[in-house]
Design a protein around this ligand. Structure first.
Ligand code: ZN
Length: 229
């Protein structure tokens, strides 16, 4: 109770740098600018099946701190804040001809219990905010939360690429009722591209159901990975 009351009265610090929040201008600047192509992570099995990947930043500094705060510290406002620059990036991808309108955003699958424990799926919330930003700017954009992880898939934190691949093989499933219209361009949305194994599994399931996968847009790519466009 006391924590909640304090939150209501005191502004919470910027999750990126600790200054006055909720997300300060200098941290927001790390996500401004066009999305950048990210090379496939090293040692990714089936790297040729990875769709084009773009990211707004490297997974370091304020961006990393904000993603972790949204996932683990209950900062429920963060996915919405972080979704706005994603929406601007989607407009840029459309301007480049990298995605066709209408753009259907498909959040990367998250294990239901993991999402519950974190108080909702932050990637889904981020995709909704991104779609809203893109739509406000005139781009026809929808969100199709149609991928789920079923069965015994473990939460992927701490697994390497090969372990993730085994963990996910056959366990990413398409929910037909939430799928985008047949033939519509799909853009996968994730917070962090780490090993790429989730993206490969997700793209495989979508393509098998007849949905062209234009690419994956992540807030952040792996740390230290040079991005080139
Ligand atoms: Zn900041």
């Amino acid at each position: 109770m006391l924590d909640t009351a304090a939150d209501l009265v005191l502004p919470r610090p910027c999750p990126g740098c600790g200054r006055a929040g909720p997300w300060c201008d200098s941290c927001a600047a790390t996500l401004a600018g066009p999305p950048r192509r990210v090379r496939p992570p090293d040692q990714l099995p089936d790297a040729d099946r990875l769709p084009p990947v773009w990211a707004l930043a490297r997974y370091s500094g304020p961006v990393r701190a904000a993603i972790l705060a949204g996932k683990e510290k209950g900062r429920r406002e963060l996915p919405t804040i972080l979704g706005a620059p994603m929406g601007a990036a989607i407009r840029q991808l459309h301007a480049w001809g990298s995605v066709r309108e209408p753009v259907w955003l498909v959040p990367a699958p998250s294990r239901p219990s993991a999402a519950r424990r974190r108080g909702g799926d932050p990637v889904h919330a981020m995709a909704i905010a991104a779609a809203r930003t893109a739509a406000t700017a005139g781009l026809s954009t929808g969100v199709a939360p149609c991928l789920v992880t079923r069965g015994r898939a473990r939460d992927s934190v701490g697994l390497d690429a090969a372990q993730r691949q085994r963990n996910l093989a056959g366990r990413v499933r398409l929910l037909e009722r939430a799928a985008p219209p047949p033939g519509a361009d799909v853009l996968l949305i994730d917070d962090v591209l780490t090993t790429g194994a989730t993206a490969v599994a997700a793209a495989r399931v979508l393509r098998a159901a007849g949905h062209p996968v234009a690419g994956l847009l992540a807030l952040a790519g792996v740390p230290g990975r040079p991005a080139a466009r």
